[in-house]
Design a protein around this ligand. Structure first.
Ligand code: R1P
Ligand code: GUN
Length: 287
């Protein structure tokens, strides 16, 4: 059962890196370097954690690091799972269920994306205001376990307006404007056709990717606050003058990653000053 598997993984993690965790961060394609910001990190390859699948995509190393940023203990997933790898959405979102079982109150989701809106070219950092789930299925499909969250979930505000304004303020402090945008989640692994990108633009999408949305839905299901910060690595198909490639996505992520790391670092430091910052109940032992 998912609840038991997530609790078992949480118990192993809490055993290896004891203490409350104030935030989780999922690192997208080529963004693993953000974990270098952690002080005294404890590294756990997914292979050493119960029930974790293996990552197969370049730029997703596959380990969990727990360490400090400012006064906050943070769990960073260096590598995520995608539906297109063949994992079902329960697997894709397993790290989020584990965060919930660890008592982590919030998660920052990062990703590499293609830019659709005219002002969101390569190198932009975008704060997600909402999403379009075009993956064709919800990660909540199947029997609901009420211990994890409700059967019918309200998604009126997936991406916390509180965290979004905090991120905007910290970006301004760092000297740049942080635009907001709507993320369209496509199933992948192929990139879109130009006609699909025209359709996505007409639907109100600003950036496009193949992840993030299942994780965001599951995080809300389990009551975590969500902040989505993505980088634009390329113009989307048909806007881009050149064919798209994952090698270029990673290269572009590495180029902008430092600025995104500065922003996430600043947001986490700011959160560490909040009264409830590090509060997280000890994981509940597996029944
Ligand atoms: O969303 P992340 O994992 O950052 O990766 C994005 O980049 C890959 C395509 O180049 C896809 O996996 C897409 O979702
Ligand atoms: N679907 C999709 N994912 C991406 N990840 C990075 N760039 C892109 C893109 O253009 N489309």
């Amino acid at each position: 059962m998912l609840y038991t598997r997530a609790s078992e993984a949480a118990n192993v993690i809490a055993g290896r890196a004891p203490g409350p965790i104030g935030a989780g961060v999922v690192l997208g394609s080529g963004l693993g370097g953000l974990a270098d910001r952690l002080s005294d990190p404890v590294a756990m390859p997914y292979a050493e954690l119960p029930h974790f699948p293996m990552t197969t995509v370049a730029g997703h190393p596959g380990r969990l690091l727990i360490g400090g940023i400012g006064g906050l203990r943070v769990a960073m997933f260096q590598g995520r799972f995608h539906h297109y790898e063949g994992h079902d959405l329960e697997c894709v979102t397993f790290p989020i269920r584990v965060l919930h079982r660890l008592g982590v109150p919030r998660v920052i989701l990062t990703a590499a994306t293609g830019g659709i809106r005219d002002d969101l070219g390569p190198g932009s950092i975008v704060c997600l205001s909402d999403h379009l789930n075009l993956m064709g299925v919800s990660p909540l499909r199947g029997r609901n376990d009420d211990r994890l969250g409700p059967r019918f979930l309200d998604l009126s505000e997936v991406y916390s307006s509180r965290l979004r304004s905090l991120a905007r303020e910290e970006a301004a402090r760092l000297g740049f404007v942080l635009p907001e945008g709507v993320y369209a989640c496509m199933p992948g692994p192929n990139y879109e056709t130009p006609a699909e990108i025209r359709m996505l633009r007409a639907l109100g999408a600003d950036v496009v990717g193949m992840s993030t949305v299942p994780e965001a839905i599951v995080a809300r299901h389990s009551g975590l606050e969500v902040l989505g910060l993505v980088i634009v690595t390329n113009w989307a198909a048909g806007i881009s003058p050149a064919p798209l490639s994952h090698a270029e996505v990673i290269e572009a992520s590495l180029a902008v990653g430092g600025r995104l790391a500065d922003l996430i670092d600043a947001v986490l430091r700011r959160l560490s000053t909040e009264p409830d910052a590090g509060r997280s109940p000890v994981p509940v032992p597996v029944p």
